[in-house]
Design a protein around this ligand. Sequence first.
Ligand SMILES: Nc1nc2c(ncn2[C@@H]2O[C@H](COP(=O)(O)OP(=O)(O)OP(=O)(O)O)[C@@H](O)[C@H]2O)c(=O)[nH]1
Ligand SMILES: [Mg+2]
Length: 226
Amino acid sequence: MIGIVGIGAAGGNIADLAFENGINAVALNFSERDLESLDFVEERLTLIGSEGVGKNRDEAINLMVDKNWEMALKFIKENFSTPSTEIIMVCFSAGGGSGGGIGPMLVDLLAQEMDDKAIVAVPILPDTTEALVHQVNALYVTEELSRQDLCVLPIDNEQVKKKNPNAGKARIFKETNETFVNLISTLPKYTDRHSKHGVLDKKDLRTIFFHKRNFCYFICRNNKIR
Ligand SMILES: Nc1nc2c(ncn2[C@@H]2O[C@H](COP(=O)(O)OP(=O)(O)OP(=O)(O)O)[C@@H](O)[C@H]2O)c(=O)[nH]1
Ligand SMILES: [Mg+2]
């Protein structure tokens, strides 16, 4: 019932891992080489206009508006229009140029164009030791997302970095991505559980992700079930 759209390098890595774990997932990127580096995800879209925007969000946004949005929307609709996909999670690095530029724009567009689905923004936040350009991009992204009535599920690289201060990037990324994909994989299983105190059915799960205000509710309820 959950579909994953991965944008840019980080988003693509999450989509790849999700697909490996049986979740329907697709990847979009300006960089064909980044897309080629993925091992599992089958549906990949190379965006037109650049081989990578070098952390420049404005360039990604301009290229998206000028050349790519129709093609990207068609690609996502083709892969996720079936009623069985009820929640679409769009994963992207808030610090990257492609992810940070396209992510907030695309979730807004999808919420309008696919209004029967719950669209969830999943920005990956840079850890505090990363370059200034990542931090500044992430600030713009969180500001843009805060203006939209969408559920936001941030993935915070800093939390994993704090627990493993000497770990290199590869390990931080691996652990962060695996934690997220494991959590997402277990979510639909809650709808199979029964209790005389209440049941979480598929419709409830979708409703939880429908709007921003439902996020706190999700955290509370999820903790209780655990
Ligand atoms: N959790 C996680 N973070 C990642 C991963 N790959 C990159 N990042 C983070 O993402 C940010 C860099 O963004 P990228 O995804 O490489 O950038 P992009 O969206 O491809 O954009 P451009 O390369 O600028 O066109 C940094 O903050 C990295 O720490 C990953 O696999 N997992
Ligand atoms: Mg990139």
